[in-house]
Ligand binder design. Structure first.
Ligand code: 5GP
Length: 263
């Protein structure tokens, strides 16, 4: 599959066209950003690990009946994916209160929610991805009511599946962000909704089930150091640590005394 011209460059990924108009290449960068791009750094090896973790999760979800954009992983940093029209909403699923939920509503950090909480944010960097309601989504026709109901249901199912998959390797799925896109179905009669973008430690909060040590992008956001080691630990526990990864040093973050327990 030949890589064509760059279609879009985001904070953590680049999308390239291919010779097939229905397929694009998603390239995972090492760039890390937080707080709406105010904090930036390169985390060497992050793109390689996120590519693998996201491939693994999307493949597992696909096998369990969730439709995704993933066609296949092409190499260490790239995936071939179906070209989708991205729905301009970020879907956030939360199991434990932390981050913006705790800040916004004063909910004690670490409070286990009685049932998963689904939130919607408008995908708009200039506005800082503001929280929106179901009514906003319908009023501005970002989605139809049927599509929104479908996505809500799929998002909660993804939460169940992913929580189980991670719990089995000693990781708590605290919260995560997912995105969806629309693609034409096979006989080109209607558009269907598929899971798009990525699911990785960049887009989830993942805590060690026993120590609650953070194994995700909060290590970068909160200057905890050992960022790549957190991501590697997730990959190692999922048994997908790419052997060919050559991560020489962590470029960002001060060393800390945090040590991740070996199995
Ligand atoms: P919060 O709203 O607490 O900042 O984030 C909730 C969850 O969604 C976290 O797992 C966080 O990583 C993820 N998330 C929310 N917005 C974004 C975003 O714009 N980019 C990324 N990578 N993750 C996000």
């Amino acid at each position: 599959m030949n890589k064509g011209k760059k279609l879009y460059e985001g904070k953590a990924k680049i999308v390239y066209e291919t010779s097939d108009k229905n397929l694009v290449i998603q390239h995972f960068k090492d760039d890390a950003t937080a707080f709406n791009n105010l904090k930036k750094a390169k985390v060497e090896g992050k793109g390689v690990i996120n590519n693998r973790i996201s491939e693994y999760i999307f493949t597992n979800l696909g096998q369990l009946g969730i439709k995704t954009h993933l066609v296949k992983r092409l190499n260490m940093r790239e995936q071939l994916v179906k070209k989708a029209e991205i729905i301009p909403i970020e879907f956030i699923v939360r199991n434990i209160s932390t981050g913006s939920l705790s800040k916004r509503l004063g909910i004690h950090e670490g409070t286990v929610l009685k049932k998963p909480l689904l939130e919607y944010c408008l995908k708009n960097d200039e506005l800082g991805d503001p929280l929106v309601s179901k009514e906003h989504i319908l009023a501005f026709e970002w989605l139809s009511e049927d599509d929104l109901n479908y996505i809500n249901q799929i998002s909660l199912r993804i939460n169940d599946l992913l929580s189980g998959l991670l719990r089995a390797v000693g990781i708590k799925l605290v919260d995560f962000k997912i995105e969806y896109g629309k693609i034409w179905n096979e006989d080109k009669t209607k558009k269907e909704i598929v899971l798009a973008d990525e699911i990785s430690p960049d887009t989830c909060r993942l805590w060690d089930a026993h120590t609650e040590k953070k194994l995700d992008k909060d290590r970068f956001r909160k200057d905890l150091g050992n960022i790549i080691q957190g991501y590697q630990e997730v990959a190692r526990r999922l048994k997908i640590m790419p052997e060919e990864t050559n991560i020489k040093k962590v470029k960002f973050g001060k060393p800390t005394s945090v040590k991740f327990k070996k199995k």
